[in-house]
Design a protein around this ligand. Structure first.
Ligand code: ADA
Length: 464
């Protein structure tokens, strides 16, 4: 700002803010610089990964003028109380000033007479939280079939003057795991959908909302209710669309087969996970938190990292179940740490035959329900399965890479996974073909991951 650095942030997928005291009247210049280089400064964006780390400013930038003491965040958590829906509200206030301040806060739910008056002291140059509960709310529950959202408005008063406000949208829904099932608002829930990268040949990963909505309309036309944000927190506008259009979202912090050896890994994955939860808290569509896709969940060091990240998620948000997508099968030593066990299995692609999908699932489930797995009695999500399918590659002999082979493989996987009583969710890998890092796997033809069932231009393939 005006040539003076007022903030910096690592990782391109999570929101962040830089706050500065106003420097008087007249024009102020704020410059944002983005750097997508790999190097010793980066433990999460790493070369050779199976997605592309785009440069540039790929998320919205906004400037806000706030008073010295302002509303930093609202955490609104719906709960099913004895007398109907309740809303836990926690308001974080931030004081930039050099002296403490006492402030009054009013929280209101739109369409409702429900309001809450809170207040408290905020120390100089610090934050403080005030909390309360809105009770006996006569509201409609949020589900994918009825994605009813409500605005919650927080106002901050100095005396009788409202000096700051914040409006967020919430959906009244409660997610829980019990009896080896996933429940939403007391009803069994089954998830069917896709893994989706933020990627587009015209926009990189800076998709405009219209392009995001197009992707969700394709998913809805396919009868999907579920999206996994592989493998990083997504653009809040995409999550807004999922809230509005009615999709269940598994959002995960930024990691894919990421080594834990980098000296900055613990610091960067902790910040990324905390920022994901705090900035995306109020999205009704997010029903699951995930992390550490196909990382080391088999060694003592690896278990320590899974304990740290899943422990952080648990401490930050006890209202959402936790999981991670594993490709370690019976070698996993971290399944006791999650509520839902999620497996990435490419039977018929990287190993085995299409016809072995069902037998392999039964073998895994038998192990899972044995005492040594740590996951006995837990519900399962088949979080990744799929096959390359090059758009337009059509052959009578159905070799791998043809649209025909992709069709046969997905047909069998979906026949098994969508009908098995222990499998509460299935996510096809991958929604659309995406660009990958040029050093990836070396075998990624065209530097693309082509397991999409639409190509990168969203042209449907035979399997659809
Ligand atoms: C893994 C990984 C995905 C992708 C997929 C594939 O399961 O989680 O990011 O790389 O394999 O296409 O091989």
């Amino acid at each position: 700002m005006n040539g003076r650095q007022i903030g910096s942030h690592y990782d391109s997928y999570v929101p962040w803010d830089a706050v500065a005291l106003n420097e008087g009247e007249g024009e102020q210049e704020i410059v944002v610089r983005a750097d997508n280089t790999f190097g010793p400064h980066s433990a999460l964006h790493i070369p050779g990964n199976d997605y592309y780390s785009y440069g540039g400013i790929t998320r919205p930038v906004e400037a806000q003028w706030v008073p010295e003491v302002f509303i930093d965040k609202l955490f609104a958590t719906p709960k099913r109380g004895a007398n109907g829906w309740e809303l836990d509200v926690r308001v974080r206030l931030r004081n930039l000033g050099a002296s403490g301040a006492n402030r009054r806060v009013v929280v209101e739910l739109e369409d409702e007479t429900a309001r809450l008056q809170l207040g408290g002291e905020v120390e100089a140059n610090a934050t403080a939280e005030v909390a309360g509960v809105l009770t006996n709310l006569d509201v409609q529950a949020w589900t994918a079939d009825n994605p009813r959202l409500y605005f919650v408005r927080v106002r901050l008063f100095e005396g009788e003057n409202a000096v700051d406000d914040l409006r967020e949208r919430v959906g009244f829904r409660a997610v829980e795991v019990r009896d080896a099932q996933l429940w939403l608002n007391g009803e069994p829930l089954r998830l069917r959908g896709y893994n989706r990268h933020e990627d587009h040949p015209q926009f990189g990963n800076a998709l405009p909302p219209e392009a995001m909505a197009t992707d969700l309309e394709i998913l809805r036309d396919l009868g999907c209710n579920f999206v996994r944000t592989a493998h990083y927190p997504n653009d809040r506008r995409f999550l807004d669309l999922c809230d509005e259009m009615g999709f269940y979202v598994w959002e995960e912090s930024h990691a894919r087969q990421t080594p834990f050896s980098h000296p900055l890994f613990d610091e960067q994955i902790t910040a990324n996970t905390q920022e994901m939860v705090e900035w995306h808290w109020n999205h009704a569509s997010i029903i699951l938190w995930g992390c550490l896709n196909e990382c080391d969940s088999t060694s003592p060091r690896g278990r320590q990292v899974y304990e740290n990240v899943l422990g952080l998620l648990r401490r930050l948000d006890s209202s959402r179940p936790l999981t991670f997508a594993s490709d370690k099968a019976q070698d996993d030593v971290c399944l006791d740490l999650v509520d839902i066990v999620s497996w990435n299995r490419y039977i018929g692609w990287y190993s085995g035959e299409i016809e072995e999908v069902e037998a392999y699932l039964e073998e895994l489930l038998a192990w899972l329900d044995s005492p040594q797995s740590g996951g006995a009695g837990k519900p399962v999500i088949m979080s990744e399965f799929g096959s390359d399918g090059f758009y337009g590659y059509r052959r009578a002999h159905h070799v791998k890479g043809t649209e025909e082979y992709q069709t046969a493989l997905l047909d069998e996987n979906l026949r098994v996974y969508l009908n098995h009583p222990r499998v509460v969710g299935a996510a096809i890998w991958l929604f659309c073909d995406v660009r990958v890092d040029s050093e990836c796997f070396r075998g990624r033809a065209m530097c693309m991951n082509v397991k999409g069932t639409v190509d990168e231009y969203r042209r449907p393939q035979r399997v659809l």
